[in-house]
Design a binder for this molecule. Structure first.
Ligand code: PBG
Length: 343
């Protein structure tokens, strides 16, 4: 006793409050843990293409452009791993693109075919679909473009909303559970809700891309789809990365218009926005850990500088801690496999 006191003068501190007591063992830390990350919180974004090939995506290591046959097989595996939901994006060959993006509401398009096949094979898996025109029009813009002929152009809001309603109805007819408009047009949530209800799809949910920022982090995704804007940028509809109050304004509008849940994108660079929306609405909140955020971890890990598993899990946990109920992430299958190893 005498000796130990000599070695530890700080044991003399009169310190009744010691937060370290709550961290003293794995068991105690488990009891104190505020946030959890499990496969049940994850939505997996997937790319589906025409033909029978499943092709690896160079810009998104671990992800593929799936054929309809391939995606069904993969969905069985994902559901067995505990992933509750997938989000489908179309890969559209150049020859099927036109100025209006009309392939977006072709009932025989690759997305409606994939929805039908997945719902037939794994009915319990929730199928979400992306609604926006950028993979389908020749401009790579989310909306309908009016060109003025002198290099100026405009993304038409109300005409776009009408097109999005057609696309959403096409997905609903095919059996989609959740429609997620990623376009950032004004008024699209109310219009989509009305269009779905009018055709008897009152049970189809709407996840609004409420605060989608004009971020530089979408590069690898646009590479995967060949959907980068052919000219200009998306700043007249996606939000300015400098703004947080504006996200609250969008959230309150989406809630009023009938969104079932809200989404913030990107996720880790916008944790303040996730936390802010958590405070200002009662709706569930999703966050999209986007392609660039995913690739930063993968690339750093591939060069040996970061521990992939630890950094990926910490990134996703931070999104949950900020207040997101669910996370869209390309790491979903990997996280579910790691989770299985530990449980
Ligand atoms: C476009 C869309 C984008 C993403 C999802 N939907 C790209 C963009 O807005 O240009 C990005 C997803 C990601 O980077 O992972 N409707």
């Amino acid at each position: 006793m005498q000796n130990r006191d000599k070695l530890s003068p700080h044991a003399m501190l009169n310190l009744p409050i010691r937060p370290r007591r709550n961290r003293k063992s794995a068991a105690i830390r488990g009891l104190m843990r505020e946030t959890e990350l499990t496969p049940a919180h994850l939505i997996y974004p997937m790319f589906v293409q025409e033909g029978e090939e499943d092709t690896p995506i160079e810009s998104l290591p671990g992800c593929k452009r799936w054929s309809v046959t391939g995606i069904v097989q993969e969905c069985r595996r994902l559901y067995a791993l505990g992933i509750p939901c997938v989000d489908l994006f179309a890969v559209v060959p150049e020859e099927k693109k036109d100025a209006r993006g009309s392939e977006a509401w072709n009932p025989e398009g690759v997305v409606p075919r994939a929805i039908r096949a997945i719902k037939a094979a794994v009915p319990e898996l929730a199928v979400m679909t992306d609604v926006a025109l950028d993979p389908f029009n020749t401009y790579g813009q989310d909306g309908i473009v009016r060109e003025y002929g002198d290099g100026r152009y405009e993304i038409l809001n109300d005409e776009t909303v009408e097109a999005l309603c057609r696309q959403a109805l096409c997905h609903a007819h095919a059996g989609a559970d959740i429609i997620s408009p990623s376009d950032m047009m004004d008024g699209r949530i109310a219009a989509l809700r009305a269009a779905l209800d009018a055709e008897g799809f009152s049970a189809v949910s709407l996840m609004s891309y409420t605060a989608k920022y004009a971020s530089a982090m979408y590069g690898p995704f646009r590479g995967a789809l060949g959907s980068a804007p052919k000219f200009g940028d998306k700043k007249t509809y996606q939000m300015d990365p400098a703004n947080a109050r504006e996200a609250v304004r969008e959230a309150l509008l989406d809630a009023q218009e009938g969104a079932d849940f809200l989404m913030v994108k990107p996720a880790t660079l916008y944790l303040d926005v996730v936390a802010e929306l958590r405070r200002c609405t009662q709706l569930p909140i999703a966050a999209y850990h986007v392609s660039g955020e995913y690739l930063m971890v993968k690339a750093a890990a591939a060069s040996g500088w970061l521990d992939e598993r630890a950094v990926m899990l910490e990134s996703l946990l931070s999104i949950r801690r900020a207040g997101a109920d669910m996370i869209l992430t390309y790491a979903a299958p990997q996280v579910a496999e790691w989770y299985r190893e530990e449980h």
